[in-house]
Ligand binder design. Structure first.
Ligand code: FUC
Length: 767
């Protein structure tokens, strides 16, 4: 009898948990239309993205297609640069940094020196005459369904708008309805801020063609209206009258095929895409969109509870969070929003998200809206494996493959080496040579860092086929470094020279970061070649090189040295914290194997301070989580989730009203890095075991997470209350041995693929 009662209570608790997990309120919500771009709401299908303003009389939807850039196929390498490598190194060895930098500026940089910009594509404008007086306005981004909604009333008629970008059907969709028949009338047209543009309007569709200044790319986009009303053409615009519903489908394409080929036919692509949906009704397209989106989104759920603030508009929540960081649902929303942005900007077959993701409205966007590899591009992908979006990692692997080709030319021309290398910036033409200026452009660990993503994907999925397929990319990167590393005449160690510690201290010999990353790559090759039973000799060679690489060192301030020399300035609050790479995302410095270095790394982070640009704050959240200081990590989260545009705050970094990360200006990396830092508070698996709640902040004392992934091919669900673990379930996907750790308790067990294992809060096995 008693037993049945207990089971009943357990079932009830289970249901309560599931109620908690239903994720109501996973929405960004506003009670006014967007005035600025950073108030508008992003949608995307990996390739076609837009920002929806939600205006009442005038709707504005600014859109992008990811392959519209300036420039043309171009190899940025500088033929003969390698002839100066030895001299630059010698000048650095002799302490003549200025001369080394000058010579490198003159002879070693890419041709041309600068890369090119990602471009906005166009704008959809919709005018609704007579809607100037309205009530009941609401604007949301529903991130459970990936739909942006607008609703309001004019007199007694309710108007609704849904906007989404469909991955399965490759179109953007705007669906408009009125509650009263024939009450919906509007004008719709395309436009663009490009000088060279043309419009053609006929029947129920309009086509925009844009040609990019300073480049060979052109873009074509078509809107097509499906409505129960009447469609006319007036003043070059489509005019819809007497409708109760209307759906606008939009397709866009360019002539870009790949970084060497621009022979595509965008007219044909656009018309084929629109033909593909001709026989489908809006309802079906919406259903397919939601199903596709949720097949990724629903895999991971996170609940920290809801103290009622989820009912407040998102812009106000951000403001309130600054003053009182007590809004646990906002933290869960932040993580899910990052996953939403990832699904919207990185799908198989698409390009990786740029510095601004898929979204850019400027002809000259900040930092070209390209790919910066000395932190930003990699940070974009930090949450992807752990939050169960493994497939979204694919565009980065395609990117690595491209860059290994251009990078092999650079390896040869600049370093007389085999293999491949990429420096700190890459554009759509896959430039791999050092750009901009020698003091920060010549940075050497880009290739190795990118390769760590291949390895991480393998560790999370245990997909041996994937490893086999991508191993040559990692091996060729390692081959480059095995030939590039240089025996420092001053210390006898192998060092990376010339290079820099990202954006601090100029061109130098032997920045700590490079050595950490190169060491990690070599260790990966040793492990991967053993798993794949290949490349024995190369692996043996790397084993002999590894101990010769300059080690991490502790300096006179108790800090981890950023350079070979003990010259760190404790007053330097620079945004980059590159020498802590081995703490996160690397694992070479950790409490178990290298406690002294961990202490020094923590000291370095203390010196750097708590402020920073958006991505810098996000990185620090991950660091403090690895240092197992959840409350400190939460303090950084408080800064990241505070309003970016309140002058009296006097702090850079924060969030815009649409929850986009502010560098400032907008840069998407902080959204992704912030999300990964939050998950890192709950679970860490970098040391061959799964540690639960390793850095739980007091502010997140109660919660449930499900579908969170760990290295070794595991998926976990667990619950905690009053900061104490209650129960855990582990799904083994590949049958590896599993080690769980919580609060100084450890349990090890064998697993079978597809089986689940349950434990109570003391890690006692449950049936
Ligand atoms: C690096 C950073 C900047 C910015 C830029 C895109 O150069 O130092 O802060 O994020 O990338």
């Amino acid at each position: 009898m008693k037993m049945t009662k207990l089971i009943g209570i357990a079932a009830l608790l289970f249901l309560v948990q599931y109620d908690l997990l239903s994720q109501e309120g996973m929405k960004l919500a506003y009670d006014v239309p967007a005035k600025k771009w950073t108030e508008a709401l992003p949608i995307g299908n990996g390739n076609l993205g837009a920002m929806v303003y939600g205006g009442v009389e005038q709707e504005h939807i600014q859109f992008n297609e990811e392959t519209l850039w300036r420039g043309q196929p171009h190899d940025y390498s500088n033929k003969g640069a390698g002839n100066y490598l030895a001299e630059i190194r010698q000048l650095l060895t002799d302490g003549k940094q200025r001369e080394a930098q000058d010579l490198a500026t003159k002879e070693f940089m890419s041709e041309p020196l600068k890369q090119i910009h990602y471009q906005p594509f166009g704008d959809i404008h919709i005018n609704f005459d007579g809607h100037e007086k309205y009530s009941n306005y609401s604007r949301t981004l529903d991130i459970e369904n990936a739909i942006s909604n607008v609703s309001y009333k004019v007199n007694d008629v309710a108007f609704e708008r849904e906007v989404f970008s469909s991955f399965p059907d490759k179109v953007m969709v705007v669906h408009l309805t009125s509650s009263k028949s024939k009450a919906l009338s509007f004008k719709i047209w395309l436009d663009a801020i490009h000088e060279d543009k043309q419009l053609k309007t006929s029947g129920k569709s309009q086509t925009l063609e844009v040609k990019i200044k300073d480049g060979v790319l052109k873009g074509v986009s078509t809107i097509k209206v499906d409505t129960d009303g009447i469609v006319e053409v007036e003043d070059g615009k489509l005019k819809i009258v007497d409708a109760s519903k209307a759906t606008i489908y939009m397709s866009a394409a360019t002539n870009y095929i790949n970084f060497k080929d621009v022979s595509g036919n965008p007219y044909q692509q656009v018309s084929e895409t629109l033909k593909g949906i001709e026989s489908k009704k809006f309802g079906k397209i919406k259903k397919r969109h939601i199903k596709d989106y949720q097949s990724l989104y629903n895999r991971f759920q996170l609940d920290f509870g809801d103290n009622g603030k989820s009912k407040v508009t998102t812009n106000k929540r951000i403001y309130d969070f600054w003053k009182d960081p007590n809004d646990p649902q906002l933290i869960a929303l932040y993580v899910q929003y990052a996953r939403y942005l990832m699904i919207a900007s990185s799908r198989p077959g698409s390009k990786p998200p740029t510095l601004q993701g898929l979204w850019n409205d400027k002809i000259k966007p900040p930092w070209f809206s390209s790919y910066t590899t000395n932190i930003n591009l990699e940070m974009n992908y930090w949450p992807v494996e752990v939050t169960n979006l493994s497939e979204c990692h694919e565009p980065l692997f395609d990117f690595i493959e491209d860059i290994s080709k251009t990078g092999s030319i650079v390896a040869k021309e600049h370093y007389n080496a085999e293999g491949w290398i990429v420096h700190h910036n890459v554009d759509i033409w896959r430039g791999a040579a050092p750009v901009n200026a020698s003091n920060h452009g010549i940075w050497l660990s880009g290739g190795a860092w990118l390769c760590s993503h291949i390895w991480e994907h393998y560790l999370f999925t245990k997909d041996k086929e994937f490893l086999k397929e991508n191993y040559p990319l990692m091996r060729d990167a390692a081959l480059f470094y095995s030939q590039f590393l240089y025996k420092d005449p001053n210390t006898g160690y192998l060092i990376s020279s010339p290079s820099n510690s990202p954006e601090i201290g100029g061109l130098v010999a032997g920045p700590t970061m490079d050595h950490q990353i190169i060491r990690a790559l070599f260790k990966t090759i040793v492990e991967a070649s053993a798993i794949l039973e290949t490349d024995h000799d190369f692996s043996e060679k790397l084993k002999t090189i590894l101990p010769q690489i300059a080690p991490n060192k502790i300096g006179k301030h108790g800090q981890l040295q950023e350079w070979m020399e003990d010259r760190d300035d404790p007053e330097n609050h620079h945004r980059h914290v590159s020498h802590l790479w081995a703490v996160y995302p690397g694992k070479g410095i950790n409490y178990e194997e290298t406690p002294e270095l961990m202490k020094a790394a923590k000291q370095s982070l203390e010196y750097r301070g708590d402020n920073g640009t958006g991505w810098s704050l996000a990185w620090k959240i991950n660091f403090w989580s690895r240092f197992k200081d959840g409350n400190r990590a939460y303090k950084l989260l408080n800064i990241l989730l505070s309003p970016a545009e309140v002058p009296e705050r006097k702090i850079r970094g924060g969030s815009y009203p649409n929850l986009f990360d502010a560098h400032p200006p907008f840069q998407i990396d902080g959204n992704f890095g912030g999300a990964s830092g939050i998950v890192e508070m709950l679970l860490q698996s970098h040391l061959d075991k799964i540690e639960l709640l390793p850095a739980l902040p007091d502010a997140l004392a109660d919660g449930t997470v499900s579908g969170v992934c760990a290295r070794g091919g595991f998926e976990l669900s667990f619950t905690w209350k009053n900061s104490v673990l209650q129960e855990v379930e582990v799904l083994s996907k590949s049958g590896e041995n599993c080690t769980l750790v919580y609060n100084n308790k450890m349990v090890e067990f064998n697993t079978k693929p597809g089986k689940k294992y349950k434990f109570d809060g003391f890690l006692n096995k449950q049936k």
